[in-house]
Design a binder for this molecule. Structure first.
Ligand code: SF4
Ligand code: SF4
Length: 118
């Protein structure tokens, strides 16, 4: 059965900076990202806490152990960049940024057979 490989990964949530237009954390916005889990970046952007570090970057909303079993504590309220980020082969093509995040955590890139038979 083809399951979502992200539930056993979480590498991108523990590698990249996650920033978005500040209004996404407003109460009347579409996604309503919990503002207490975010921080000001500049006049236009907020970012997920924990993702702005140079070392030990890890989103505060990420639960579990990277590479084993993870979940997003604010999945239904996650920001646009989180919604747009795709695992390799979600659309039939590799995603270099997915591969990069996995490599940073010592995980092999997803490949098509793994994605289809996982
Ligand atoms: S908000 Fe959720 S999906 Fe986005 S980086 Fe954090 S843990 Fe990952
Ligand atoms: S690095 Fe790729 S496989 Fe891992 S959680 Fe992010 S999108 Fe999913």
């Amino acid at each position: 059965m083809d399951t979502n490989p992200c539930v056993k990964c979480g590498a991108c949530c523990s590698y990249f900076r996650v920033e978005f237009y500040w209004r996404e954390a407003e109460k009347n916005s579409e996604h309503q990202v919990p503002i207490k889990l975010t921080e000001d970046i500049n006049d236009f952007k907020r970012g997920m806490k924990g993702t702005q570090e140079k070392n030990g970057n890890r989103c505060v909303a990420l639960q579990g152990k990277v590479g084993k079993c993870v979940s997003c504590a604010i999945y239904t309220n996650r920001s646009t960049p989180c919604r747009r980020f795709q695992a390799s082969y979600t659309d039939g093509k590799p995603n270099k940024r997915c591969d990069e995040a996995r490599a940073a955590h010592g995980l092999k890139p997803l490949n098509r057979p793994e994605r289809l038979t996982d």
